[in-house]
Design a protein around this ligand. Structure first.
Ligand code: SF4
Ligand code: SF4
Length: 114
């Protein structure tokens, strides 16, 4: 019994460490919390259209722990997104880690051009 709980706690510990490492890749820039479009092959971030739950001063989510329950548009970033999503900026920590792309500043779009 003691042995089994040791195994369980090792598995839980390993899971927690992996999750912590995954979350640590996010640089908390908040750029994936704005409306984004592709134009002429480039990612355009509409800084005038943040998610209603984004604190635009701190770039942090105000409902982080329950974000998937309260925000239907919110998507978990996965390895698939990190590798292939065209809607994550090159500066995203996951893109940097998995695609090793050169850093480019995301493009802003004037609000009145929508
Ligand atoms: S709910 Fe999702 S999209 Fe909205 S601010 Fe939070 S993490 Fe970003
Ligand atoms: S764009 Fe990437 S690094 Fe920035 S908040 Fe979103 S997931 Fe994190």
């Amino acid at each position: 019994m003691v042995r089994r709980s040791g195994v369980v706690s090792r598995i839980v510990g390993s899971f927690r460490r992996r999750r912590k490492r995954w979350e640590s890749l996010c640089n908390r820039c908040g750029l994936c919390c704005y409306e984004r479009v592709r134009k002429n092959g480039r990612l355009v971030i509409r800084f005038g259209s943040p998610c209603q739950f984004l604190d635009t001063e701190t770039h942090l989510c105000t409902v982080y722990e329950c974000r998937f329950q309260v925000c239907p548009e919110c998507r978990k970033v996965t390895i698939f997104h990190a590798l292939f999503s065209r809607y994550l900026p090159d500066s995203c920590g996951y893109v940097q880690e998995y695609r090793k792309r050169p850093f480019r500043r995301p493009t802003d779009e004037p609000q009145n051009s929508r």
